[in-house]
Write a protein of this length. Structure first.
Length: 299
């Protein structure tokens, strides 16, 4: 009961010219499988489109080799938002090479993150071609690693008008690795370590890899668009409170960046059985583009 009260308190305080292969529809939205080009390869995806979408989003992947996120996309489309979700390069029906492993230099080095950001931008350009109203606001929504990819994409593409990041880091790639190696996948990490311990290791641990770090703050500092970050306090992949400190610095500068912190959740904020993080993200978009003045507390 106490945890639920704290969660609600945080919520209230802080507040894609291309051929298709399949076309289907439901009473709520249509689904159209499409292909588009990016950096010399063909990516395959699906566009889910309600009759009169008030906004549109491209789903940006985390670090794993994942196909298009159809279940998540359907949840979004049911809310009146058009969605393009695609198989990550080198995965499913998409061409190219998936760069892995999920943790390591080649997956989160600057070259790969920039390449994935170009894929996301081409997806956004493709999505707009399929929208009847070309003035429909387009945003990027992503998970984890997308915390580095989305700011790069948005800084290069003026079509992008908002961003939503589930457990997206606002620290550098090297800092994130230091923290992840320190927690070492231990789900009980926060029962035995303090925030001070985590910050000390994140800032000063010797790096196991040597490569140029990607710092999302460089692009976040110049972006004029609103953003929402959703965090779980029990996260052992990214140091959440350090990331929040960075966001508070931007907020103090007048940036339209907001965040919600869920004390009982971990890294998997988008797909947890608790649907409140998803509900909050949808309400935030409606607040921005349907002029809904306040978040509605999910039942």
């Amino acid at each position: 009961m106490k945890g639920k009260y704290l969660q609600k308190s945080f919520i209230w305080l802080l507040l894609i010219s291309l051929p298709f292969t399949v076309f289907s529809q439901s009473a709520e939205f249509t689904i159209q499988d499409i292909k588009f080009e990016s950096q010399g390869i063909t990516l395959a995806g699906s566009i889910l489109k309600p009759k009169n979408p008030f906004a549109a989003v491209v789903i940006v992947h985390g670090s794993d080799p994942v196909k298009r996120e159809m279940d998540f996309a359907k949840r979004i489309a049911r809310e009146g938002i058009a969605v393009l979700t695609y198989d990550k390069r080198g995965v499913g029906e998409s061409g190219g090479v998936y760069v892995g492993p999920s943790v390591g230099t080649n997956n989160i080095d600057t070259t790969n993150l920039n390449l994935l950001s170009r894929d996301a931008n081409e997806a956004a350009i493709t999505l707009q071609k399929y929208l009847k109203d070309k003035k429909t606001p387009i945003g990027l929504v992503g998970f984890s690693q997308a915390g580095w990819i989305i700011p790069i994409s948005a800084s290069r593409n003026k079509q992008i008008q908002f961003m939503i990041l589930f457990s997206g880091p606002t620290i550098t790639t090297l800092e994130q690795l230091r923290f992840q190696f320190y927690t070492n996948g231990n789900n009980n990490f926060w029962k035995n370590h303090t925030e001070a311990d985590a910050r000390e290791h994140t800032k000063n641990d010797p790096d196991k890899y040597q490569f140029i770090a990607t710092d999302p703050k460089v692009n976040l500092d110049i972006l004029p668009i609103p953003g929402l970050w959703i965090f779980g306090e029990q996260d052992i992949q990214i140091p959440v409170k350090l990331c929040i400190d960075q966001l508070n610095t931007f907020k103090a500068k007048g940036k339209a960046y907001e965040y919600v912190l869920f004390p009982a959740l971990g890294h998997n904020t988008a797909f947890d059985s608790n649907t409140t993080p998803f509900d909050i993200s949808i309400q935030w978009v409606k607040q921005k583009f349907l002029n809904i003045k306040k978040f509605k507390e999910p039942k």
